[in-house]
Design a protein around this ligand. Structure first.
Ligand code: HEM
Length: 332
């Protein structure tokens, strides 16, 4: 009997010991990994990685959630307030895109978009529409401060096209070729994000000599394309002239050939290429037209190093503006 119990207990003990080794071994492994990761000086600041399955590996999810909470805090009350205005009939005229989205109706006069969809669309539009133009203008201006001859060429162009009696208007955009070339260089060298939004291939396809099977997740590298040495003679130098084929060529910010990614191309390309062009070019042209920009006295060169988590400048651009137009224009 004693032998039988011992015989039965043995595998149980073995199982229990294996379990203990597995649990403790796993815990020790986690501790070692965590120690190795935490002491790694190359890790960016912010929440540290915690190598447990299901946990946040690099803290990005938390950052995105926090960013989305902040955006929602500002956006949602505006959307809700506007929807209320339409439902209690205190608003009846469409004045902007939000009004259009709220008042879209199907054939039976029912709203096409729900409040959730309008909120999601508003955030997507803000994400696409704010970061791209502001980052391009900031980087173009930073590069031009480091190469003052380009700043001068661009300012002279704006003065020639617009004069000094009015502000830059959207209708000036077709004539501001050098300014557009500067913006293109900013898109090429300083994309705000490293990759395009992911796309999934709907069918098997061949691109170049590569076979892309149906269902592949395709990410285009903005830097890989924009700084490809096979396409650009000086891929890492800010050189707006690279975009002129001949003296009179009309510059467009779109690049359907994907030598660089500005608005992408095809059915999933940016739906707001025209609006995005006007926003970015008018913003940069107005800044150049209205002010003389100089670096602060203790700064000899603008530091163009990128932040660790994206395409934005690690140190936001700080410049000194000096008005250069008649004072009355600044109050219009
Ligand atoms: C300089 C300004 C802008 C640039 C450089 C830009 C660039 C881009 C790029 C590269 C894409 C991805 C295209 C692709 O995946 O192939 C995109 C998508 C998109 N952009 Fe823009 N954009 C700009 C302005 C705007 C503005 C002002 C809006 C809205 C008012 C906007 C709305 C969108 C939307 C909704 C998408 C997603 C399209 C989809 O997924 O089908 N963008 N944009």
């Amino acid at each position: 009997m004693g032998y039988a119990i011992a015989f039965l207990c043995f595998p149980l003990k073995l199982f229990a010991i294996s379990l203990l080794i597995m649990v403790f071994g796993f815990r020790i492994m986690i501790k070692v990994l965590r120690y190795e990761l935490l002491k790694n000086p190359k890790l960016p600041p912010g929440p540290k990685p915690w190598p447990i399955i299901g946990a946040r590996f690099d803290g990005h999810k938390g950052k995105v959630k926090k960013g989305m909470r902040t955006m929602k805090k500002y956006h949602h009350p505006i959307v809700e307030e506007r929807m209320k205005q339409w439902s209690d009939a205190s608003k009846a005229i469409e004045e902007d895109l939000l009004d259009v989205m709220i008042s879209l109706k199907d054939h039976s006069n029912k709203p096409i978009l729900t409040s959730k969809e309008i909120k999601a669309l508003t955030i997507e539009i803000m994400l696409g529409g704010a970061d791209n133009p502001s980052n391009a203008v900031e980087c173009a201006l930073a590069e031009m401060i480091n190469q003052p001859n380009m700043l001068q060429l661009a300012t002279e162009e704006v003065d020639r096209v617009v004069g000094k009696k009015r502000m830059v208007e959207e209708s000036d955009v077709p004539n501001l070729n050098y300014v557009k070339a500067c913006v293109r260089e900013a898109f090429r060298l300083h994309p705000v994000v490293p990759f395009n939004p992911p796309h999934v291939s709907a069918n098997d396809t061949m691109i170049g000599n590569y076979f892309i099977p149906k269902g592949s997740h395709v990410l285009l590298s903005r830097q890989g394309l924009g700084q490809n040495p096979k396409v650009w003679t000086e891929p890492h130098v800010f050189k707006p002239e690279q975009h002129f084929n001949n003296e009179k060529s009309m510059i467009s910010l779109s690049d359907p050939d994907l030598k660089l990614i500005s608005f992408g191309t095809g059915r999933r390309g940016c739906p707001a290429a025209i609006l995005g062009t006007s926003m970015t070019v008018v913003l940069l042209a107005r800044l150049l037209h209205a002010f003389t920009w100089t670096a602060p006295p203790n700064v000899s060169t603008i530091n163009l190093a990128k932040s660790h988590n994206g395409g934005m400048l690690a140190q936001p651009l700080v410049l000194l503006p000096k008005p250069r137009l008649p004072p009355v224009l600044y109050y219009m």
